[in-house]
Design a protein around this ligand. Structure first.
Ligand SMILES: [Zn+2]
Ligand SMILES: [Zn+2]
Length: 355
């Protein structure tokens, strides 16, 4: 049967487009797609688009938002797609798959290798994640901690503009942790990190001013919206620091809190809502020295969680010691953290004496 005239011509124009031109358009799409579905839907359109969308050049340029997969949607085919992007040399894919393999799939060696691959190409989040692994000796024993390597990785990530790395470096300098103590320089970096974070939040709010519901949710703290967590960030809103950088962290939290992944007996998640890193051995993370109820993978996470949530909840009640009828408060009121059962015992960030 003869096709209607207009349809015939439209169809013909697409078929006549050379492959390299279509690949160029698809590369632009993959680098700017605001969500995985905006790119994946192209694969489902027709055989030719599927073939060209899986071209190495297109996959290598895919932006971080193409990998914002939810933990509940993780499947063999998703894993295969991310692996294809890794093989095409995509750094965001290397970092995302590295985090998922290291923390969720317990494939530590492969996860580390992928994160290292991204770090070699100056991926700031990969550098910071490797720093957290070095600080904690994650995936190994306590003796695998390498504080100096952690500080060096943080320094490199902060030079690339990673706010959490800058904050971590500030705390390390302030406390002399893995580096010679320099309180003034540490404070300067902490002020810089806070200023950058504030600038990011203001920019996010101004960009979303056309969407009143989203901008108001960025500014409002909802105490009970986030299920299965005492903390309260709207899970649809990314961390203020950088939504792209922190996506794998949301994946980790969702993975363990949804029950998709099960933490071994005695292991805990970092208490900061935007982190999601789990312990890889018992007592790996430091705990709050005041209440002893929450644990953190890093000084940066502890400091952020203190500001966002924990200062409202931290209570030294269980540490009060009756002393001749008087009451002694055991610890700093500013959310000091101490090593939990692993020696060290040094209080870290934000120790503020209680009255
Ligand atoms: Zn953390
Ligand atoms: Zn506490």
């Amino acid at each position: 049967m003869r096709r209607p005239f207009r349809y015939f011509h439209r169809h013909d124009y697409f078929d006549a487009l050379p492959d390299d031109l279509v690949v160029s358009v698809l590369s632009k799409l993959s680098s700017s797609a605001p969500s995985p579905s905006h790119f994946i839907n192209v694969l489902l359109t027709c055989k030719r688009l599927k073939r060209l969308a899986l071209h190495g050049l297109v996959l290598a340029r895919a932006g971080p938002k193409v990998f914002t997969v939810k933990a509940r949607n993780w499947s063999e085919s998703t894993h295969r797609f991310v692996k294809l992007c890794v093989n095409a040399g995509n750094v965001h894919a290397c970092y995302t798959l590295g985090m998922i393999r290291f923390y969720c799939l317990q494939n530590r060696k492969s996860g580390l290798a992928l994160m290292a691959k991204a770090a070699m190409k100056s991926h700031a989040s990969a550098l910071y994640s490797l720093a957290v692994i070095q600080f904690n000796g994650s995936g190994g024993s306590k003796s695998d901690k390498d504080l100096r390597a952690g500080v060096a990785l943080c320094a490199r990530a902060s030079l690339l503009g990673h706010i959490d790395a800058l904050r971590e470096l500030g705390h390390c300098l302030q406390d002399g942790y893995g580096v010679r103590q320099n309180i003034a320089e540490g404070r300067r970096l902490l002020v810089q990190a806070n200023a950058r974070e504030l600038a990011y939040v203001i920019r996010s709010v101004s960009q979303s001013s056309m969407l009143p519901s989203r901008s108001s949710s960025l500014l409002t703290w909802h105490p009970h919206r986030y299920q299965n967590s005492p903390c309260s960030v709207d899970s649809s809103v990314s961390s203020p620091s950088n939504p792209e950088v922190h996506q794998p962290n949301w994946f980790l939290r969702e993975w363990f809190e949804s029950g998709r992944g099960v933490l071994a007996e005695g292991l805990r998640l970092c208490a900061h809502i935007g982190c999601g890193r789990p312990e890889t051995r018992p007592h790996e993370f430091r705990r709050c020295s005041v209440c002893g109820k929450v644990n953190y993978c890093s000084r940066g996470c502890q400091s952020l969680d203190w500001k966002l949530r924990h200062k409202m909840e931290c209570s030294p009640v269980e540490l009060w010691i009756e002393d001749n009828g008087g009451v002694v408060v055991g610890g700093g009121g500013g959310g000091g953290v101490e090593a939990d059962g692993e020696g060290g015992g040094a209080d870290v960030a934000n120790n503020v004496a209680v009255g």
